[in-house]
Ligand binder design. Sequence first.
Ligand SMILES: C[S@@+](CC[C@H](N)C(=O)[O-])C[C@H]1O[C@@H](n2cnc3c(N)ncnc32)[C@H](O)[C@@H]1O
Length: 222
Amino acid sequence: MRTSVEILSLTDAAYRPMASDFLRMTPRMRAQTTMIGQIRNIYRDGLVPSGVKADVVDVGCGAGPDLNRFLRAKLFSGHQINAIGLDRVPEMLAVAGQHFGIPSDRLIEGCMTEFKAFFPANTVVAIWCRSTLFNVPEELHPSVLNQFNDSLIPNGSLFLRLKMGKGINQRPDGRQEKLYEKAEIRTVLGQAGLRVSRIVPYKDELGRTDVSWMGVWARKPG
Ligand SMILES: C[S@@+](CC[C@H](N)C(=O)[O-])C[C@H]1O[C@@H](n2cnc3c(N)ncnc32)[C@H](O)[C@@H]1O
């Protein structure tokens, strides 16, 4: 049985050579436009306290396509979105910098299991976590989600894209994928203090018939 540290480092080793692949494997999701609208509404409703560090954190931003779209979006005229990407793998962040020209102050090399070290309590308006949480060892999910909840401002928004199913999918390259059913992710998020508002099923963009996804929207209560 592998330890969490071993799983995290096998995951890094698997992703390192794949950094450029994630440019073509990350098509735009409509949910990203919805997320930008939600952030705009939180500002419009006057719910953003002072001391916020990020309008959105792209957790496991990979090679940066979603982060790049966030950075190019305007919240209001004259207010560019303050987006930051976090990823454990430096090769991913390097591609984000080289391919999209994302400045280094928008990219953090770090692990989501230490989210609060980067984003203290009530400093993040929204968290975008696409196809990433599942790689984290399952026993660490409650801690990661608790930290997300803590770092979000009240009424802050969370989007998770997860693979649907039961148990753990062990990939030959060492990565593990924790699969979720709707009821289970509702429970885990609820235990972390986050309220699920919507779960949307998605087909696999690469056409795999044995893989299905869900988008999970949650909110920190106000
Ligand atoms: C499947 S890729 C998804 C990348 C991007 N979000 C997308 O949708 O294309 C997973 C990414 O999460 C990163 N990652 C995995 N575990 C992580 C962790 N514990 N903390 C931060 N990033 C992590 C990997 O390095 C990789 O870039």
